[in-house]
Design a protein. Structure first.
Length: 433
């Protein structure tokens, strides 16, 4: 590790950073060679006579987005000239920077800070060119320069010799801010929109170094774009700041149907019918010719959707249910229903829990990925990725490809519904979490 702690700041306003580090203890640390701060002007990596760094967002909307080319070219040029660095995107949608983060970063030899402006930097930079994202807090600035200055000072002062008295650092304490407290659910109106982080932003080109933007942004369907943005914003919040989401629950007795293939053996059908009845739900057998056995028979999920829409006045949501695959992030009903409800901007309608037992071509609204041995915790933040949403993080539209026995999967689905998504029935002393 080099003696000096090096900061590389990528910005449209180098003078703002240079003025900040040119005064006080930071200026003395730079003069003594303990800290190095270099600024790279993103406009130096543009290729038109106007030095254009921004463009309008795909899908429409207010503001402009910083293009990916000048940012990626600037990062690569600095790495080629001065070596690798720990690259941080400064964004309001990142995890909160705190003293623990400052202590962690103080052990890095070289730190790059990307300062956005306008609506931010094209999200392909977040997804493919940075090591983590950080935010100063739940507020929005005109740009990342203030955040960069704060991180330079908070991290730089931890380097030995920067402060005159080393005990000043040793004796400091900084209590972690408590998570945002979740309000009690309202049984008469359990669903509330709650807070979310901002959705991803993309601008031209539509395909950057093989990384394409979501196709919905090119389709011209403004309603579809809005739904995608709401869904992506809620997913990003669950991935990065799940404590922001309200812990609402559906009322006891919310209409739920357990749907299974008609090919399930008769003894298992009897077990499933009893399981559903104990939960206040009903069993439906889907596909194949009508045959005797417990539960109603439907030709396919489409017919079942129509029947429930006629009964309840609103189309149901179909939740495919599969077992949690190795290395996958759990997707329980609390997460999935919250994302669907936020995207639709209304409380969940009647629900169909579809347990196919194997890969299924039936259209569903989302898929649950459950631990069959017990309820999963959708708020588990161990090893939570800090970057943008990717298929390996959370993709509620994709089914589980591994086969999963139907009976254990159905039991896990009802157990997690009871634990995460439903208020207890009247007279039940169980408390909601």
């Amino acid at each position: 590790m080099s003696e000096a702690l090096e900061f590389e700041v990528f910005t449209l306003f180098p003078a703002a950073i240079e003025a900040f580090v040119g005064a006080g203890l930071m200026a003395k640390a730079i003069e003594r060679g303990l800290v190095v701060v270099r600024c790279t002007d993103l406009r130096e990596f543009t290729h038109d006579r106007h030095r254009t760094v921004d463009d309008a967002p795909f899908g429409g909307g207010a503001g402009m987005v910083i293009k990916p080319e000048p940012v990626a070219d600037a990062i690569e040029a600095v790495v080629a000239e001065r070596g690798p660095m720990h690259t941080i995107l400064l964004t309001p949608s990142g995890p909160r920077f705190d003293q623990r983060a400052a202590e962690r970063l103080a052990g890095k030899p070289r730190i790059a800070l990307l300062c956005g402006r306008y609506e931010g930097i094209d999200d392909r930079i977040r997804e493919h060119f940075v090591d983590e994202c950080l935010s100063l807090g739940d507020f929005v600035l005109n740009g990342g320069e203030v955040a960069a200055a704060a991180i330079i000072e908070a991290v730089g002062r931890l380097r030995e010799g920067v402060l005159g008295n080393p005990e000043s650092v040793a004796e400091e304490s900084f209590a972690s801010a408590a998570d945002i407290a979740a309000s009690e659910p309202d049984e008469s109106n359990p669903w509330r929109p709650g807070l979310v982080l901002e959705h991803p932003h993309y601008t031209r080109p539509a395909n950057f170094r093989g990384h394409a933007i979501p196709p919905v942004l090119l389709g011209g369907d403004h309603r579809a774009v809005e739904v995608w943005r709401r869904r992506a914003a809620c997913l990003r919040t669950w991935a990065l700041r799940p404590e922001l989401r309200p812990r609402w629950r559906l009322p006891a007795g919310h209409p739920i149907v357990l749907a299974v293939p008609n090919t399930v053996a008769a003894p298992i059908l009897v077990e499933l019918a009893e399981l559903a009845a104990g939960f206040g739900a009903s069993l439906v057998r889907v596909g194949g010719p009508r045959s005797p056995g417990p539960g109603r028979h439907m030709r396919d999920l489409k017919q079942l959707r129509r029947a429930l829409r006629k009964r309840h006045g609103q189309a149901p949501w179909v939740l495919g249910v599969g077992a949690l695959a190795a290395g996958e992030v759990a997707r329980g009903p609390r997460l999935v229903l919250d994302v669907l409800a936020y995207a639709a901007n209304h409380a969940p309608p009647s629900l169909i829990l579809w347990c196919p037992g194997e890969p299924s071509a039936e259209p569903v609204d989302a898929w649950l990925a459950l631990q069959t041995e017990g309820p999963s915790d959708p708020c588990d933040r161990n090893d939570r990725p800090r970057l943008a949403i990717g298929p390996a993080l959370i993709d509620i539209s994709q089914p589980q490809m591994a086969r999963s026995p139907i009976a254990p999967t159905a039991r896990a689905a009802f157990a997690t519904m009871r634990a995460e998504a439903l208020l207890p029935a009247a007279g039940n002393q169980e408390t909601s979490s």
